[in-house]
Design a binder for this molecule. Structure first.
Ligand code: SAM
Length: 266
């Protein structure tokens, strides 16, 4: 199906201003995903379909589901889970040995793999006597539904060691493994657009993971978001970004701990 230049421009401008995602150089991707979406909804003209999407909030939500890139896997960028276990949590405990409840945010959590990997890493800290909660948020309702079920295939778990699978997943049917209840009840998923002001509940975090999300955002939006994360962290809290991400200006606010790991000063 044909995607008119003016329709493409309109959609990509909306997506960047509502969600921060820069699709201006992704004409082919937008066209292909819109075409599949139109076929599924029984339309054969993209111009008419786009007009309908703009009138219908349900179709608009589905458009967001279709245009986001949700690639993720368990223990992606493993070093981050090691530093969480070996450096960050011990430091947080030392700072507050008596009454610590760890609050961690997986911002742009996709299908939940990151949030559950964090939960597994925390469970593995020997002698850990602390409460923790993990909040996973995303704009895609499709991935959030997936994350809430905590159901994964063998393929999804291919980078997870067998002993971790045995301990933290239960086989529910052929090729379906579910995160165990004890972990599921510590991880909460909800819809949240990082472009909007954060709900007041999203504050006082000890650690924020926002990995491989801001890569799609223009620099001005990245800088605003870094400020918002700074305000949402407790003093002494950590921000972890993707290892390949470059965020000029981040060092004005945060102290660099190691590549892609930053700390808000106490
Ligand atoms: C590539 S995935 C990264 C998942 C995970 N953090 C990781 O590193 O494996 C990026 C996720 O960010 C989400 N995202 C993009 N823009 C967002 C926004 N404005 N607010 C919240 N989530 C957003 C996408 O829906 C997608 O699921």
């Amino acid at each position: 199906m044909e995607l008119l230049k003016e329709d493409f421009d309109k959609i990509q401008k909306q997506i960047i201003s509502f969600y921060g995602i820069n699709l201006s150089r992704k004409y082919e991707l937008v066209k292909n995903r819109l075409t599949t979406f139109a076929i599924d909804e029984k339309y054969n003209n993209l111009h008419e379909f786009i007009e309908e999407i703009n009138k219908n909030p349900f179709l608009y939500k589905e458009l967001v589901n279709r245009l986001t890139t949700n690639y993720t896997y368990f223990f992606r960028e493993r070093e981050h889970f090691e530093i969480l276990k070996k450096v960050i949590i011990p430091k947080l405990i030392m700072g507050n040995p008596n009454n610590l409840k760890i609050k961690i945010w997986s911002a742009g959590c996709s299908k939940g793999n990151e949030a559950y990997s964090i939960a597994i890493a925390l469970e593995e800290i020997l002698g850990l006597k602390m409460n923790y909660s993990i909040y996973g948020t995303d704009i895609s309702t499709k991935v959030l539904n997936f994350a809430n079920k905590g159901l994964y295939t063998k393929e999804d778990l291919k980078k997870v060691e067998n002993n971790r699978i045995e301990k933290y997943f239960k086989k529910v049917k052929e090729d379906k493994f579910q995160v165990i209840d004890n972990l599921m009840k510590k991880v909460y998923f909800s819809e949240l657009n990082l472009m909007l002001p954060f709900n007041p509940f999203f504050n006082n975090f000890n650690v924020i993971f926002c990995r491989n999300v801001m890569i799609y955002f223009p620099l001005d939006i990245k800088l605003k978001l870094i400020n918002k994360f700074y305000n949402a962290l407790q003093p002494g809290g950590y921000l972890i970004i993707g290892k390949s991400e470059i965020l000029p200006g981040i060092k004005n606010k945060f102290k660099l701990v190691q590549q892609s790991v930053y700390r808000k000063e106490l």
